[in-house]
Ligand binder design. Structure first.
Ligand code: GRF
Length: 204
């Protein structure tokens, strides 16, 4: 497969498994002109994911991966089919916004250096699931969120930008996650706009 080419109108494909609040923030940033990009596909591994509903409300193309035997990854042929859909959509960049499957070779190879992820901690701290709960349990004074390039390691690719969030006395998992998400909704569109304008370079 050839690499997709970056052009003046950055085309984004967004992958998520949940309520899609980061996708919504990104779509709103496009609608208000803060982000010069367009969404060419929203894909999910879950047919009833709210993120797909949010995309349909905006008349954006959606794709749902067929069911897989595994919970944390897609079977190679299912991931290959997803990679083909993403390729056909013309996406320049793939944005993982709460996609609960680890990305493997078919996608990593098809979009090498063109996949980014948002994670709710200051990586490399608290990789993996429910990072805000891990932060609370560890008793740290601050946590935050990270946008990073995706490689074949779990939450381990090069960091692009981070935003810090204090852990406050009396914080619960919910209050802390909510405050982290406020920062995520600001950080992700900002990073994408910087990529769109060349201020943040693509990885080598
Ligand atoms: C976010 O907290 C993101 O950092 C993590 O998954 C969550 C997705 O939330 N990877 P939403 O579906 O965008 O609301």
């Amino acid at each position: 497969m050839l690499q997709p080419s970056m052009n003046s109108s950055l085309k984004l494909a967004v992958l998520g498994s949940g309520r899609g609040s980061n996708f919504t923030a990104l779509a709103q940033a496009i609608e208000t002109g803060l982000l010069q990009a367009r969404v060419c596909l929203v894909a999910s591994d879950l047919a009833d994911a709210v993120i797909l509903e949010e995309a349909r409300k905006r008349s954006l193309p959606t794709y749902h991966c067929p069911p897989s035997r595994f919970k944390t990854k897609l079977e190679p042929e299912i991931e290959e089919a997803l990679a083909n859909q993403l390729w056909k959509s013309g996406a320049d960049l793939i944005v993982l916004a709460g996609f609960m499957r680890v990305i493997k070779e078919p996608l990593l190879k098809a979009f090498a250096g063109r996949i980014l992820n948002i994670h709710p901690s200051l990586l490399p701290a608290f990789k993996g699931l429910a990072a805000w709960k891990q932060a609370l349990k560890a008793g740290v004074a601050e946590t935050g969120c990270t946008v990073h390039w995706v490689d074949d390691s779990l939450d381990g690719g090069p960091v692009i930008r981070q935003s810090r969030v204090p852990v406050l006395p009396g914080d619960t998992a919910e209050t802390l996650h909510q405050r982290i998400q406020v920062q995520e909704h600001r950080l992700l569109p900002e990073v994408l706009q910087h990529i769109a304008t060349g201020k943040i370079p693509l990885p080598e």
